[in-house]
Design a binder for this molecule. Structure first.
Ligand SMILES: NC(=O)c1ccc[n+]([C@@H]2O[C@H](COP(=O)([O-])OP(=O)(O)OC[C@H]3O[C@@H](n4cnc5c(N)ncnc54)[C@H](O)[C@@H]3O)[C@@H](O)[C@H]2O)c1
Length: 254
């Protein structure tokens, strides 16, 4: 039986770790070819090797426009087409509007917002050439509601939410078959959250506080997020564009 992404080719930024790795594995299990695009060569190559012949690793910094042009072309050439871009690479930071330096603000926006902008800009023509497909932007619940101590992160993820809708409207207007949606996860069990806990003075207490914030009482898993992503980039979601999907155990329903 054909997989749900049989014959499709996807480019996943931040594919070496956490959510990106889970999406790469899930897409490949559903029949897609995947380009794992990441600054972390060691872990990225290991993920590609684990997936096998359907996966390639590309050394890729999402803040670099020349790398976007070259690596998207490399993926399209390796797979003969490009159907899907997942703008997943992202970095976190702590800081209120008053404590965040301009340098830190720009560093966060360069990865979390400039990166997806460049990805959408340069992937749209390639995906349109393949007859249409999907862009998925991994935002955050912090792109929907404000967190006191995450000014730059909230701003970058909120910007990504509306970049998504602008891209969706542009592509609908162009009738090029490209859909674009955003996903908004709450705390999910990845190295990013592991690092937050490691940096905390009381990791166990912090983990309990994270769980207590989430009505379902636990963190999300990367595999659960990947299941949502498979649907959104598949043809099953052909009528879904410009939409935002919370992945949050009920957090924003409260
Ligand atoms: N884990 C969570 O709880 C959570 C919650 C909400 C949103 N998110 C978002 O999900 C996405 C993935 O997060 P994760 O938890 O898997 O993080 P992670 O730290 O496990 O993985 C992020 C990956 O991005 C790569 N990366 C960082 N900067 C890059 C750059 N400039 N160019 C290319 N790759 C780069 C890293 O090398 C790493 O492999 C991020 O955008 C994050 O903001 C995560």
């Amino acid at each position: 039986m054909a997989g749900r992404l049989e014959g499709k080719a996807a480019f996943i930024t931040g594919g070496a770790s956490g959510l990106g790795r889970a999406m790469a594995q899930a897409f490949a299990a559903e029949g897609a070819s995947v380009a794992i695009a990441d600054i972390d060569r060691g872990r990225g190559e290991a993920v590609a090797r684990g997936i096998g012949a359907r996966a390639i690793f590309l050394a890729h910094d999402v803040t670099d426009e020349e790398q976007w042009v070259a690596n998207l072309a490399a993926a399209a050439s390796a797979f003969g087409r490009l159907d899907t871009l997942v703008n997943n690479a992202g970095i976190g930071t702590r800081g209120t509007v008053e404590s965040t330096s301009l340098e830190e603000w720009r560093r966060i926006h360069a990865v979390n917002l400039d990166g997806p902008f460049l990805g959408c800009k340069h992937a749209i023509p390639l995906i349109a050439k393949a007859g249409g497909g999907a862009i998925l932007n991994i935002s955050s619940v912090a792109g929907l509601i404000g967190a006191r101590d995450s000014a730059a992160y909230c701003s970058s993820k909120g910007g990504l939410r509306l970049l998504t809708k602008s891209v969706a409207m542009h592509c609908a207007h162009r009738k090029n078959g490209v859909r674009c949606n955003s996903v908004h996860p709450v705390y999910t069990d990845t190295p990013m959250v592991g690092q937050m806990l490691a940096e905390s003075r009381q990791p166990e207490k912090m983990l309990e506080a994270m769980k207590a914030m989430i009505p379902l009482g636990r963190l999300g898993t990367p595999e659960e997020l990947a299941a949502m992503a498979v649907y959104l980039v598949s043809d099953e979601a052909a009528f879904v564009t410009g939409a935002e999907f919370v992945f949050d155990g009920g957090y924003t329903a409260n």
